[in-house]
Design a protein around this ligand. Structure first.
Ligand SMILES: Cc1ncc(COP(=O)(O)O)c(C=O)c1O
Length: 366
């Protein structure tokens, strides 16, 4: 039996390059708490992302928790059902109430018309996602945010390197968060960050992630341990050398799939306008026939040891934990959820396997 192929595989730099850096950390004994690699990675990441301020955290879930706290959101928070559990969990974990609103029918981003219709006097903010790393109607959301005075946090977990109309995707919204989990385009094994646009906000975030410690004898309130350590920060610095090359390789793979599948009437693929520099974090395919052909293809690929993922099926609102939340009409999100399959995509996925995946899909769909 051939080796299993998963939907993604982390890119790791040459081990000897990392070991050289680890030796420095070992001899300095400076392993965490805003050490030199942490400071350097924050600066270099801000430069790469083309943003003002970066606060590194130990993962994006903590980043979401801290971002909500830092903006002091209250009441009901409008969010999407078409995402990873961490998006909604971060709202509930902060003692707030998620209100689930429908997405667009294209890539699964929040539908601004539905967002506006869901606003009431209890609404305290919006946690939107750049689904698959792709921005939705961000200008309409910005107008809503201004008009109703509602802060927006962008869960941009998979958006490393994405640019939109010449700007960093991370310059949108009040705060953005990113994930460096092993499933992401850019990994520090575990890790995340919050992107902010004022020094005052960065300092607030940095305090929250460090137990709200002011100095040796004072804390300012409730905080958490959300710090990234030196080994992860050093890996992040090293990974920055490879990110653009990895995005190019992903782009090539995305193009191979697209070329083969774009004329197939049974599926819909996402295409990107010139003004979007995408990172090809995902290769979603939407099956026009819905759940039946989608699941047939999933199963047929699984029999070949190719493990795809149905991101995002089921909807968050279909989990028992969220069933009794405030849920609006979710027609578009449900249609996407019932039809999506994300195919394997990572820099060293070889052409032989891509051809096999395409062949299996075509065989099942006839
Ligand atoms: C949309 C989204 N938000 C949040 C997270 C949580 O990130 P982390 O694993 O770094 O906590 C993930 C994925 O891992 C994600 O896909």
């Amino acid at each position: 039996m051939s080796k299993k192929i998963f939907v993604t595989k982390p890119f790791l730099p040459p081990l000897d390059e990392y070991v050289k850096i680890l030796e420095k950390i070992w001899s300095s004994k400076n392993v965490t708490n805003n050490g030199p690699f942490h400071q350097k990675f924050e600066l270099e990441l801000a430069e790469y992302l083309d943003v003002e301020y970066v606060s590194l955290l130990n993962n994006a879930t903590t980043a979401l928790l801290v971002a909500i706290k830092a903006l002091d959101l209250k009441g009901e928070i409008i969010t999407t059902p078409y995402s990873f559990a961490a998006t909604a969990h971060s709202i509930v974990w902060n003692g707030l109430k998620p209100v689930f609103v429908d997405t667009d029918s294209y890539a699964g981003n929040l539908n601004p018309v539905k967002v506006e219709a869901a606003i009431n006097d209890k609404t305290g903010g919006i946690v939107a996602v750049h689904n698959y790393g792709i921005p939705g109607d961000v200008y309409a959301l910005k107008n809503i945010s201004k008009e109703y005075n509602l802060p927006i946090i962008y869960d941009a977990a998979p958006s490393m390197g994405v640019r939109f109309k010449g700007e960093s995707i991370f310059s949108l919204g009040d705060l953005s968060i990113i994930s460096f989990h092993a499933t992401k385009v850019f990994t520090t094994l575990e890790g995340g960050a919050i992107i902010s646009s004022s020094l005052e906000m960065k300092k607030k975030i940095d305090r929250f992630k460090n137990f709200a410690i002011i100095d040796q004898e004072n804390i300012s309130g409730l905080g958490i341990n959300g710090k990234m350590n030196e080994a992860e920060s050093a890996l992040g610095l090293l990974q920055l050398k490879y990110i653009e090359l990895n995005i190019c390789k992903r782009n090539d793979i995305y193009d191979l799939y697209t070329k083969a599948l774009k004329s197939n009437k049974n599926v819909r693929l996402l295409t990107f306008p010139k003004f979007l520099k995408y990172n090809y974090a995902y290769m979603p395919v939407f099956f026009n026939g819905g759940i039946v052909p989608r699941d047939k293809v999933y199963q047929a690929l699984k029999e070949e040891n190719i493990i795809c993922r149905k991101y995002w099926y089921p909807l968050l609102t279909d989990h028992k934990f969220y069933k009794n939340s405030k849920i609006n009409d979710l027609t578009n999100a449900r249609k996407l959820s019932n039809s999506v399959l994300c195919l394997p995509i990572y820099p060293d996925l070889d052409k032989k396997n891509i051809d096999l995946i395409i062949h299996v899909i075509e065989k099942v769909l006839g």
